[in-house]
Design a binder for this molecule. Structure first.
Ligand code: PLP
Length: 438
């Protein structure tokens, strides 16, 4: 056997990355703290995306590190099937307290992708338990991102994520996305487009409402460039779901835990779904963890359909509610509460959106959208779609800023501990980099 080579980049197959390009010019991060991270050469990089929408309270929070450390020494692992440990119950209670009133039951998973697959199964189990097991069709949306597991990919509305793996779950139909030319440069919720929700009504009329189990939407489609729902759109989806016994699932993996200035998008937009999926900022990104929260009625229906003493839901992961992840989650939630970070996100939003919308004068930018501490901007394609975005993301990094790009859309999501000076710095680097490029 070959002995391992120190610092070799050969063996790790990187996710969602051009491996060959990275390995030729590694953007290798070795330290992170607060709003910044540092690369292996000592370069300081402002994190404009909270990692990947995870580190709402900034990087390197010692309270979280200590909680995980202490937990691992006290009880590192408890089998989650048939046994329990206090942390999972306590974190579930905290998460439920942040959810809309009717949503009080929380199932833990290890990622956003697992939360989606779990939500699909909960929807199937719920309908079967209430004698409607024929509801096996799911509705999602173009330009949706629901993670990469088989269920999430099936719901996804992003061509590159599905074309290799297409058809994995049959019976998924996509509504149109909500980006409209006439809504360009809208800050907050666009006025036009609520009628796009009637695509769901068309599916009801085409396939029969009684065949549809659930409609999955990100309240704000995040990964495809921050598509804020038009006014009245989510309300309309809610009405159609109610009229037809369809579960409404909000994928809150990005929006959840304060990104929009409220605990969840459900509260920001005043629409209560039946099921919410979440991950990322649940633990401030310090441990992999996700969750699915459901209305009491869903939990009760599934419980009551099973015989006494029987397992009610045949689903769960070895690491569901891992003690270290729960400890990180509890510590993160305590920080959010103690430092009033959701309120801080709400307060900073105007300054943030003003700064991002000021980029409008740059010719290369063709649209800007935003809500809370989440904003997206599109740049004109040059060459193949996405080529400019990929190039820009690299240039921004070497100029001292990390943000997410999907295709030619840049996505900004700073931590809630950001100061106004960080926002200025972020937007300044974007302006300079876009100007240098031209
Ligand atoms: C809305 C949404 N759902 C699901 C996921 C998948 O989460 P994960 O990468 O933790 O599996 C993401 C990830 O960005 C997401 O944005």
């Amino acid at each position: 056997m070959q002995s391992p080579v120190a610092n070799s980049l050969d063996h790790f197959w990187m996710p969602f990355t051009s491996n060959r390009e990275f390995k030729a010019e590694p953007r290798l991060v070795t330290r992170s703290e607060g709003m910044y991270c540092w690369d292996y050469k000592g370069g300081k990089i402002l994190d404009g995306s909270s990692g990947l929408f995870c580190c709402a309270a900034g990087h390197g929070r010692p309270e979280i590190a200590k909680a995980v450390h202490d937990q691992l020494l006290a009880n590192d692992y408890t089998a989650p099937f048939g046994l329990g440990h206090p942390g999972s119950f306590e974190l579930a209670r905290k998460v439920a307290a942040l959810c809309p009133e009717e949503i009080n039951r929380v199932f833990f998973v290890n990622s956003g992708s697992e939360s989606i697959d779990t939500a699909l199964k909960i929807a199937m189990a719920y309908h079967r338990a209430r004698g409607e097991g024929q509801r096996l069709r799911f509705v999602s949306r173009e330009r949706a991102y629901h993670g990469v597991n088989i269920g999430g990919v099936s719901l996804s509305g992003m061509v590159r994520n599905r074309e290799t793996f297409s058809g994995v779950i049959p019976n998924v139909v996509c509504m149109r996305h909500t980006w409209l030319e006439e809504n360009r440069y809208t800050r907050g919720q666009p006025e036009r487009g609520a009628e796009l929700a009637d695509d769901l009504q068309r599916f009801v009329e085409t396939y029969g409402g009684s065949t549809i189990a659930a409609c999955f939407v990100e309240p704000i489609a995040g990964s495809t460039g921050v598509l804020v729902p038009p006014k009245g759109y989510l309300e309309r989806l809610r009405q159609i779901c109610d009229a037809n016994g369809i579960l409404l699932v909000f994928d809150e993996v990005i929006c959840g835990f304060g990104r929009l200035g409220t605990p969840f998008a459900a509260q920001a937009f005043g629409v209560t779904p039946d099921v919410m999926t979440m991950a990322k900022a649940l633990t401030n990104g310090a441990q992999p963890m996700g969750a699915v929260a459901v209305k009491d009625e869903i939990y009760d229906t599934i419980m009551n359909a099973a015989p006494e003493n029987a397992i009610e839901f045949f689903h769960g992961y070895t690491y569901s509610g891992h003690p270290a992840a729960c400890a990180a989650g509890l510590a993160a939630q305590e920080i959010y509460e103690r430092e009033g970070l959701f309120e801080r996100a709400a307060e900073l939003s105007d300054y943030f959106l003003d700064a991002v919308f000021d980029l409008r004068d740059l010719d290369v930018i063709t649209d800007i959208r935003g809500y809370g501490l989440l904003a997206g901007f599109d740049v004109k394609s040059s060459g193949k779609p996405g080529a400019r975005g990929t190039r820009l993301q690299k240039q921004l990094f070497w100029n001292g800023l990390h943000i997410k790009f999907t295709g030619d859309a840049g996505i900004l999501a700073p931590s809630f501990v950001a100061e106004r000076s960080h926002i200025d710095e972020m937007v300044g680097v974007i302006r300079r980099t876009l100007q240098e490029e031209n």
